[in-house]
Design a protein around this ligand. Structure first.
Ligand code: PLP
Length: 341
């Protein structure tokens, strides 16, 4: 794969869409991200949280360990969004061979390539064959589980066998679990104390708190402690630590949200079938549909003020979940007006 030094594109760029399509910002239905539209209700943040420097012994680490299932042998640190870890990890190894899922979340390949590593896209041809010798051509494998945008999920046992194969040569497995919260049985957080294994989570998706820039990393202390040193002190703000502590302690909200997201994702999958877009894959937070006319369909939606993510290679759309009933009705209506599918 060629070095990916052009910054990857992302969903959520509503202002650019508003300008491009001449539709006022407030009139858009933004389905271009996989962010929960019913995010955790953030309480008022106490005055002193804004005023004081964040303190590492504020009790957050225990909550993070519980969230990731990290055992005592793992190191566990908060980060300013998993993006901060995605950018920091490539600095911890001399140039080496790195595999990233393709299609997949592009920041991984971009950041490893920008740090001078040789990046290879790992496709369904690799993972679909019984032969896993492709792992022997890598020093680091970054996997996104469930994957974004496809939603493909790899069983923990299989990931751990990949890890074993890499680690016996001093290799690393890094698992990005940004979309894992609604399916915790697939997390490999409990194994994160093993040498050469790193797991990361985000507060942005399931919790709907992308703006706060918060996440966590658990894993081999030799890697995670060095990552923490690269980040430096106070890299996660006091308000972000406060919000993270409260939301991670709110088990009741998390249980209700898991149920709601699964049911809404199913509802969206059924709508896509009913409206003729066909079968989709995905997660509890988004649906992914392959379609040869994906670009045209996305443009048609945009002309009606609905923003979705479009991908090429393969041509596909990714739709996040509508929030209100009127948003659901609006999407249903827009889909029914198209003659592209
Ligand atoms: C798979 C995946 N990982 C990580 C991130 C980064 O999320 P954040 O930095 O908000 O934690 C994203 C954002 O879209 C993502 O899709």
């Amino acid at each position: 794969m060629k070095r990916m030094l052009t910054a990857p594109e992302h969903g959520g760029r509503l202002r650019a869409a508003a300008e491009q399509w001449g539709i006022p910002l407030a009139e858009w239905l933004d389905l271009s991200t996989g962010i929960n539209p019913h995010g955790w209700p953030v309480p008022v943040i106490p005055e002193e949280v804004w005023r004081r420097l964040p303190e590492p012994d504020d009790g957050l680490e225990g909550l993070l360990r519980h969230w990731l299932g990290a055992t005592a042998s793992a190191a566990c640190i908060p980060v300013a969004g998993s993006q901060a870890a995605i950018m920091g990890l490539p600095r911890l190894r001399p140039p080496c061979r790195v595999g990233v899922p393709s299609p997949g979340y592009q920041e991984h390949g971009h950041c490893w390539a920008a740090a001078g590593h040789r990046v290879t896209g790992i496709t369904g041809d690799h993972t679909g064959s019984g032969d896993e010798s492709w792992l022997d051509d890598l020093d680091v494998l970054v996997w996104v589980n469930p994957n974004n945008p496809t939603g493909d999920t790899i069983e923990p046992e299989r990931l751990l066998s990949w890890h074993h194969r890499l680690q016996r040569r001093g290799g690393w497995l890094i698992v990005d679990e940004a979309f894992m919260d609604a399916t915790p049985a697939f997390s490999i957080g409990e194994a994160s104390g093993r040498p050469g294994l790193v797991v990361m989570r985000s507060l942005g998706k399931f919790f709907g708190l992308a703006g706060v820039r918060a996440g966590a990393v658990a894993g081999d202390p030799d890697i995670v402690d060095r990552l923490g040193a690269v980040m430096g002190p106070w890299s996660v703000s006091g308000p972000a630590r406060f919000v993270m502590s409260r939301v991670l302690a709110d088990q009741q909200w998390q249980a209700a949200t898991t149920e709601r997201l699964h049911s809404d994702s199913q509802r969206l999958a059924e709508m896509l079938v009913r409206q003729g877009l066909g079968d989709s894959t995905g997660t509890a937070l988004f649906r992914y549909v392959r379609h040869s006319r994906a670009v045209d369909i996305a443009s048609e939606f945009a002309s009606r003020g609905i923003l979705v993510r479009v991908f090429d290679q393969p041509a596909a759309l990714r739709l996040g979940l509508p929030g209100s009933e009127s948003d659901w009705a609006r999407l249903d209506q827009a889909m029914s007006l198209s003659d592209l599918y």
